[in-house]
Design a protein around this ligand. Structure first.
Ligand SMILES: NC(=O)c1ccc[n+]([C@@H]2O[C@H](COP(=O)([O-])OP(=O)(O)OC[C@H]3O[C@@H](n4cnc5c(N)ncnc54)[C@H](OP(=O)(O)O)[C@@H]3O)[C@@H](O)[C@H]2O)c1
Length: 338
């Protein structure tokens, strides 16, 4: 089999395609011949040495795949060779073959091809946790979505639309037309210095009911200031650490974090909530994740969910895929295809 390795921390060129022995599925595992593997922003952060959860290089990252079952291990019930599936992989997804615990494997929803299948698990499960499970967004409420044209952002927009909520999107100006066509009511340039004022203008001074913020740093302070009474802020990433080098980027992002602002007294007196999301730390919560996935698959079957695919790159082109995301070029999801 072949795999894309992060050989050391650094620019996209540190990614290298290598051959390795194809794994055998262990007891309770399913071996998948990968047709498409999702590329996530966390992978870029892992390559840059900015993602503490990732294995140390040399390593193979990748959180999700779609493909065909090649073999099943002992006592792996429910799947057989040839089944079309999607799966969560806690690293190792950038591989032509991957062996995964059967609890993390799901049937590929009918109507999706492999690239769309690989685009679904991480972004939609994260969006589900943010918008539905913890954000509790309701019909008629307003949500502010940062990086609205990205993988998670467009998934969150999709779920907010299903719920009947209004969306204000923050994104690079070049992505605004696309977002407008998908029903985003208010649009703000992600480089704007007055995001709080813009949000207040768009909501007649009230603020929003939910903010999804994976930019982090200083942005969390502004997002908190965008909340209406009873509003909730979801913190789930630190994208602002990217750019300017490993140590400077991290220092800049951490210095901007409003460490003391979200203290219990402030939250109580403001009637606001702040919550955190890290899907990777729910990896063993099989029942929870399967319940969320069932709901997503049901919506997909009703035609309510369609993952937005930006571009497919071959495994050989993994560096180009990373460069594209790091340059903020993607609208929707980027995948690697075999
Ligand atoms: N905690 C979790 O469980 C979890 C799970 C999945 C994703 N995440 C986080 O959610 C965010 C979105 O992930 P994704 O995979 O869907 O990525 P993505 O949104 O498809 O791509 C990243 C986007 O972030 C924006 N961005 C803001 N600051 C940036 C910077 N310094 N460098 C590059 N881009 C920057 C850009 O949008 P504009 O150009 O439009 O500003 C860019 O297009 C990431 O921060 C990721 O780490 C967290």
């Amino acid at each position: 089999m072949h795999q894309v390795w992060i050989t050391r921390y650094g620019p996209p060129e540190v990614l290298e395609l290598r051959e390795a022995a194809t794994p055998h599925p262990a007891r309770g595992e399913v071996l998948i011949k990968v047709a498409a593997a999702g590329v996530n922003f966390a992978d870029i952060m892992a390559r840059l040495g900015l993602y503490p959860d990732a294995p140390k290089p040399p390593c193979v990252v990748g959180y999700e795949v779609a493909g065909e079952v090649a073999a099943v291990g002992a006592s792996s019930a429910g799947f057989k060779a040839g089944d079309r599936v999607i799966a969560l992989t806690r690293f190792g997804g950038y591989s032509s073959h991957v062996s995964v615990r059967q609890e993390q494997v799901f049937a590929l929803p009918p109507g999706l091809d492999f690239a769309q299948g690989a685009a679904l698990p991480v972004t939609y499960l994260t969006a589900y946790q943010l918008v539905v499970a913890m954000g509790r967004l309701r019909e008629g409420e307003t949500v502010l979505v940062h990086s609205a044209a990205g993988g998670v952002g467009l998934s969150a927009l999709n779920l907010a639309t299903i719920i009947g909520a209004k969306v204000i999107g923050v994104a690079s100006a070049a992505k605004h037309d696309f977002l407008r066509q998908r029903g985003v009511l208010g649009l703000i340039d992600s480089r704007a210095a007055d995001i709080v004022d813009r949000v207040k203008q768009l909501t007649n001074g009230r603020g929003v009911d939910l903010v999804l913020d994976a930019r982090g740093g200083q942005s969390w302070r502004e997002s908190y200031d965008c909340l209406a009474p009873t509003g909730r802020l979801a913190v789930f990433g630190l994208a602002t650490a990217v750019g300017g080098g490993r140590w400077i980027g991290t220092a800049r992002a951490l210095l901007g974090v409003p460490w003391l602002r979200f203290n219990p007294f402030r939250l109580m007196n403001d009637n606001r909530g702040v919550f955190g999301v890290n899907l990777g730390h729910l990896w063993d919560q099989n029942e929870l994740i399967r319940n969320w996935m069932s709901q997503l698959v049901a919506w997909q079957a009703q035609g309510k969910i369609t993952p937005v695919l930006d571009r497919s790159f071959s495994f050989e082109e993994a560096a180009a895929a990373h460069r594209h995301i790091e340059a903020r070029g993607n609208i929707g999801k980027v995948v690697l295809v075999s």
